[in-house]
Design a protein around this ligand. Sequence first.
Ligand code: SF4
Length: 340
Amino acid sequence: MSPTQKTLIADVKNEQAAKPILEVSNLRMHFPIKAGVMQKTVGRVKAVDGVSFQVQPGETLGIVGESGCGKSTLGRAIIRLYQPTSGNVIFQGKDITRLKEGELRKNVRKQIQMVFQDPFASLNPRKTLENCIIEPLKTHGTPKIEQKERVRELLDTVGLDATFANRYPHEFSGGQRQRIGIARALALNPNLVIADEPVSALDVSIQAQIINLMEDLQQKYNLTYLFISHDLGVVRHISDRVGVMYLGNMMELAEKHDLYKEPLHPYTQALLSAVPAPRKKGKKKRERIILSGELPSPANPPNGCVFHTRCPAAIDVCSQQIPKLQEVHPKHYVACHLYE
Ligand code: SF4
C-alpha cells in the first residue's frame, strides 16, 4: 500500500472516529396541561426547552441538575419513550426523532438501552430473573437455543451467580437488582446506554461497586453512556464531559476537569459551592453560594435567562434576552450574558 493510500485510510478512520454517536439539537419536550370538562389544553410544562449537545462514541456524558430540571425527561425523549415536541435526535447518523414504532423497534431499540433508577420497577415481580432477561432477547429474535446461554453469560458479566437465574426480583438486594437492570440493558449489545439516576437509591458502598462495574463494562464493550444524576460527586467520577441543566435548559457543558475546576455559569458555581470539598493547603475556603427563591415552575418559566430570578450576578439584559449556549473556552460552552 502506498503512503498516500495509508494517509487516506487514516483520514477516513479519523473522520469516522470524530463522528458523534448521538446528536441532540434544539430538543423540546413540552407536556400539555389539560383542564375542564372538555380537557382543553390550558398551558404547557416545558420540561426540556431547546437542548443541544453531541456525544462521541465511547465517552460518558454526565447530565446534572436539581430534581425537576428536565434531565430524566431528556433521556426519555432521546430514547423515544416520549415523542419530542420539536428538535432532532440523530443516532449514528440517522434521524430517529420521528421514526414509527415498528422502525424504532427494528433499528434503534436494540442499540440504545436504558438503565433506570429503580430496577425493581422495571422487573416483573412474577417472573424469574431468567425470564426477565430473556424477554428482550425474545422480542428481538435471538434464537431460542442461544437464549439461556446468553442469560448465563450476562449474569456472569455483571458479577451475579448463574444459579440466581431461577430466583424472583424480590429475593435480590438493591445492588443486585441494579446489576440485573444492567444485564438486561446489555442483553442486546447496545452501543449507547442512557443511565437515569442508576445509583441514587443505593448505599454509598454499593454505589461505588455499580459505578466500577459500569466503567469496566464500558471498557469491555466500548459503550457510550449518557449518565443522568443529581449527584455531582458521582457524575464527576464517571463522566468525561458534564452538562448542567436548569429548568429544561443546558446552562453549561464542558470537559469534566474544566467544569469542576473553573465553573463559569453562576448556577454551576452555586451547585458546586454546596459540594463539600477538602480544603487545600494555602488556599482560601470555598464560599458557599446560597441561591435565593424557589425553583420556578416549568409551566411558567421566567422570560429571558430562566435563571435570572435566582441569579446573584443578573444584569438588566438577563430578564429580556435568552442567552445562547456558546463556546467561551475551547470545548467549554456556557449560556450566560456575562460571557457574550
Ligand atoms: S444570563 Fe444573567 S441571569 Fe442568566 S446566569 Fe448569566 S448573569 Fe445570571
